[in-house]
Ligand binder design. Structure first.
Ligand code: BES
Ligand code: MN
Ligand code: ZN
Length: 498
């Protein structure tokens, strides 16, 4: 898919599909007004029919309107003009692309950058447009026996119309970021959607190496169980020993020429299948636990995106990867293991395995002398209960860092919401036999999960993103979402200074 920005007059555009917006109450956008005039009132007439109410994302396709040089004219609802915000803007883009992709149009020209979105410029609008369009065009058929060509959209080029040269340059910057982000999202979605028997820890390691081969700024090192033993990663290894699949610790270092900062370290949970271990999960929906590596996949996607963008910022990724299965050799409730940090952990529930693999990865992160550490994990069902499928949970020991992540979530539309990490909650992790227990009881599960990780990030500036609710969708749209790649990329772009 190709995206272009170009200045042009609405009524002169020659294209297979011209896309313009109308607001509720039959109010026309500037582009729609110009086209209406040039076509002798084709748009006003269509609206009179009542076929398009103008709600955000609604569409109506007109064929060969007289007086215009387009084969199709797609009208997209933009809601109430004064209420056009971030979410409605994304929605109308999705609606538009979904409507064109079902036609034979190979390219389309779009008059949607002109819409006023409060506080947003052409760069932001173009970036969101690219992400929304790519999202709508994503297709996963890797594991279907028959690849149906008719499922592959023929739409190959979108031209975003700008007002002038300065806006074209701004839109081009947005397109660049949007394309890199969208490719990272697509990678994270595909890795998430691949089943546990294909997307194993070794497979994830190979994917990271492939990114390293593509970008000479990215160095990849994949540690095996032996290397982890040498490092004393007793917590991570304890989870892996119940599985036939060997674990991996994926380490990626992005070092562009000229970047002088201490690195941002991203740590992603790469649990390729979580059956719960001896504390076995119920059968219903257990297939969804193939998505338990989505945190790790989002870190890979973000690394690919920033390498593609060439951001001037040192960034390291650490992805601990394992399966969590019941087995004669698996962790048992009550087992006590020693983490790389030297702390002992009483495993009261083998299903709280994410924190066991992450704690050793977080300790490992210290060797990079990080500026900040951000971990991303599908850590707790409790986070889904608290925030649903809309916001990731964010907790941390440094409010500046948390604020930066919250802001990046707002900008990207990939939102997070802060939960408290007060000392009082730490008491729930008390163990009579070890330094810390791996579970904290029924209450505040998302918070006690973060409390556990905080035991391993003392003196680091650290934040934790619990993406259990947002990393994949259920029901008819079941599949990985690629979140929080947009949040991570925006955060790193912000840190690199735009
Ligand atoms: N991967 C799960 C968390 C999860 C569950 C994400 C459901 C999305 C949907 C994690 O490893 C887990 O099992 N967590 C336990 C923790 C509990 C034992 C303290 C949970 O949430 O039930
Ligand atoms: Mn689990
Ligand atoms: Zn898990």
């Amino acid at each position: 898919m190709q995206f272009l920005a170009k200045a042009g007059a609405a009524d002169k555009l020659r294209t297979a599909c011209l896309i313009t917006a109308v607001f509720e109450n039959k109010k026309l956008s500037p582009g729609a007004a110009a086209l209406d005039k040039a076509s002798g009132g084709a748009i006003t007439e269509a609206l009179k029919s009542g076929d398009l109410k103008g709600k955000a994302g609604q569409t109506l396709m007109l064929r060969k309107p007289a007086g215009l040089a387009c084969e199709r004219l797609l009208l997209v609802g933009a809601g109430k003009e004064e209420e056009l915000g971030d979410a409605a803007y994304r929605k109308l883009w999705q609606g538009a692309v979904n409507a064109v992709k079902d036609t034979a149009a190979k390219e389309a020209t779009v008059l949607l950058l002109e819409l006023p979105v409060k506080g947003r410029d052409a760069r932001w609008k173009a970036g969101q447009a690219v992400e929304a369009a790519s999202q709508a065009l994503y297709l996963f058929d890797e594991t279907k026996s028959e690849k149906k060509p008719e499922d592959r959209p023929v739409l190959a080029k979108l031209t975003l119309v700008t007002a002038n040269a300065a806006e074209t340059r701004a839109a081009e910057a947005g397109i660049r970021q949007g394309e890199a982000t969208a490719a990272g999202v697509a990678l994270a979605r595909t890795l998430g959607n691949l089943p546990g028997n294909i997307c194993t820890p070794s497979y994830l390691g190979e994917q990271a190496k492939a990114i390293g081969r593509k970008y000479k700024t990215v160095k990849v090192n994949v540690l095996d169980a032996k290397a982890m033993e040498k490092l004393g990663m007793g917590a991570l290894l304890s989870v892996a020993k119940g599985s036939r699949q060997p674990p991996r610790l994926i380490v990626m270092e992005y070092k562009p020429a000229g970047a002088r900062n201490k690195p941002v370290v991203l740590v992603g949970k790469g649990l390729t299948f979580d059956a719960g271990g001896i504390s076995l999960k119920p059968a219903a929906d257990m297939d969804q636990m193939k998505f338990d590596m989505c945190g790790g996949a989002s870190v890979l996607g973000a690394m690919q995106a920033i390498a593609e963008l060439g951001l001037k910022l040192n960034v390291v990724a650490v992805v601990p990867s394992s399966e969590n299965l019941p087995d004669g050799n698996a962790n048992k409730p009550g087992d006590i293991v020693t983490a790389m940090s030297g702390q002992t952990i009483e495993i009261l529930n083998t299903d709280a395995e994410g924190r066991l693999i992450l704690c050793d990865a977080l300790t490992y992160a210290r060797r990079f002398n990080p500026e900040v550490v951000i971990d991303v994990a599908t850590l707790t069902g409790a986070c889904v209960v608290a925030l649903g499928k809309h916001a990731a949970g964010v907790l941390g020991n440094d409010q500046d860092l948390v604020d930066g992540l919250l802001a990046a979530g707002q900008t990207s539309g990939d939102r997070a919401w802060q939960l408290p990490l007060w000392d009082e909650y730490q008491e729930q992790l008390k163990s009579n036999f070890a330094d810390v227990a791996n579970v904290g009881g029924r209450y505040a599960g998302a918070i006690t999960g973060a409390c556990f990780l905080s035991r391993f990030t003392k003196d680091l500036r650290w934040a934790h993103l619990d993406v259990a609710g947002v990393a994949w969708a259920e029901g008819g749209d079941k599949g990985a979402t690629g979140r929080p790649v947009p949040l991570l990329v925006q955060y790193l772009v912000d840190r690199a200074g735009g």
